[in-house]
Ligand binder design. Structure first.
Ligand code: ATP
Length: 360
């Protein structure tokens, strides 16, 4: 049998909002501070006039069946707007959303068979844990429903919680119940909007593992919105990086890290030093600059007493390491991580060609 399962398609999607100049936060041109002179001029707007914000600007991507894709970007980059457009919660100014090639424009949100999970677990407080998980299973016969609830509570690591009140759960447990509830009806796509961002760091790292295991175990196709790079890289098969509504790059975590498509992507990922030819030559990377811009990341340099000697500019103690700032021959700064503060004025370093980014 020939199957035609292509999963989710996002084709040239544009999402625009009409915003009123009366909204808090909007500053009319006359009131803008002087230093904003370089910003593009907007036409003067009277209170009550409408203007539009383009939140998603011609984004195209695909999510294959069983694939987990992360939408990663800074606040305001358009991640949630794109997710809401996929869900059918935001109208498209242009473009198309498809599932297995079929246009979903005529399919309302509740008929798309997409599950959603948000930062707020939004459990029903009047229902116990089991009934929350059973919420989308009304079409299943009672005995099967109980088995499904048990199976998904098991999967999220809460096997004996069905009878518990939702008000007695910790934040992490509540998110696990929300995950079980959104997966139990077997949605063809799960949309996750920063579901872990309200949890503290330790719990968030743990929950990334839980989420990853559960999505893989159930073969769930998912789109996960986050502004946390570690979370995106740990969870996703491919990551879409957004800025100002535009898709900057859509690739595997490995490719994004080693071959960012632009300096903008490299900077976003934490590459801070873009080598001049002189600096690249000094570090033994000159041959790479013929075809690429070479960028150093946080771990591109390692200590090697026999390597090139660089002057120490400053040192800062971080969680579990010391961040040393070194000066390259051109005077540009480069970072080095060491376990303890260095006492000498210079450090010998070596560069691992596999640990630098090649741009372009
Ligand atoms: N309902 C709305 N009305 C007007 N403008 C909106 C609305 N929702 C979002 N925007 C604007 O659209 C742009 C993208 O917002 P969006 O919430 O999609 O970004 P985001 O990347 O999800 O941000 P965050 O990580 O802060 O949630 C922003 O400029 C935002 O101010």
């Amino acid at each position: 049998m020939v199957t035609n399962r292509t999963g989710l398609g996002v084709h040239d999607v544009v999402v625009r909002y009409r915003v009123s100049t009366q909204q808090p936060g909007y500053t009319t041109p006359a009131k803008r501070p002087l230093f904003s002179w370089a910003a593009p001029k907007r036409p003067a707007a009277e209170p009550g006039d409408g203007r539009t914000v383009t939140a998603v600007d011609g984004v195209s991507l695909d999510v294959a069946p069983g694939e987990v894709v992360a939408l990663l970007g800074a606040s305001g980059s358009g991640k949630s707007s794109l997710l809401r457009a996929i869900a059918g919660l935001e109208p498209l100014a242009s473009g198309r959303i498809t599932w297995d090639g079929e246009d979903l424009s005529g399919t309302p949100t509740h008929k798309r068979n997409f599950g959603m999970m948000f930062q707020d677990p939004a459990l029903f407080p009047s229902l116990n844990v089991g009934k929350n998980v059973a919420y989308g299973l009304h079409k299943q016969p009672r005995t099967r429903r109980a088995q499904t609830v048990e199976k998904f509570l098991d999967l999220v690591g809460l096997p004996s919680f069905a009878g518990r009140k939702t008000t007695e759960l910790s934040g992490g447990q509540a998110q696990r119940v929300a995950l079980a509830r959104s997966l139990a009806p077997a949605p063809r796509l799960l949309l996750l909007d920063e579901p872990l961002s309200a949890l503290d760091r330790g719990l968030r790292e743990h929950m990334v593992g839980v989420l990853s295991d559960v999505l893989r175990a159930t073969g769930t196709t998912a789109v996960h919105v986050t502004h946390d790079q570690d979370e995106a890289f740990a969870l996703a098969d491919r990551v879409a990086i957004l800025a100002d509504g535009r898709l900057l790059q859509f690739d595997t975590p490995e490719n994004l890290w080693s071959r960012p498509a632009s300096a903008e992507v490299a900077t976003f990922l934490g590459y801070s030093t873009f080598l001049t030819r002189t600096d690249a030559d000094a570090l033994g990377l000159g041959h790479l600059t013929a075809d690429h811009v070479v960028a150093l990341g946080p771990e591109s340099l390692t200590v090697d007493p026999a390597g090139v000697q660089l002057r120490v500019k400053e040192q800062k103690v971080r969680r579990g390491y010391v961040q040393v700032t070194l000066l390259l021959p051109s005077g540009a700064k480069a970072g080095l991580r060491v376990p303890e503060k260095v006492s000498a004025a210079t450090v010998g370093v070596r560069t691992d060609p596999d640990a630098v980014a090649l741009i372009g």
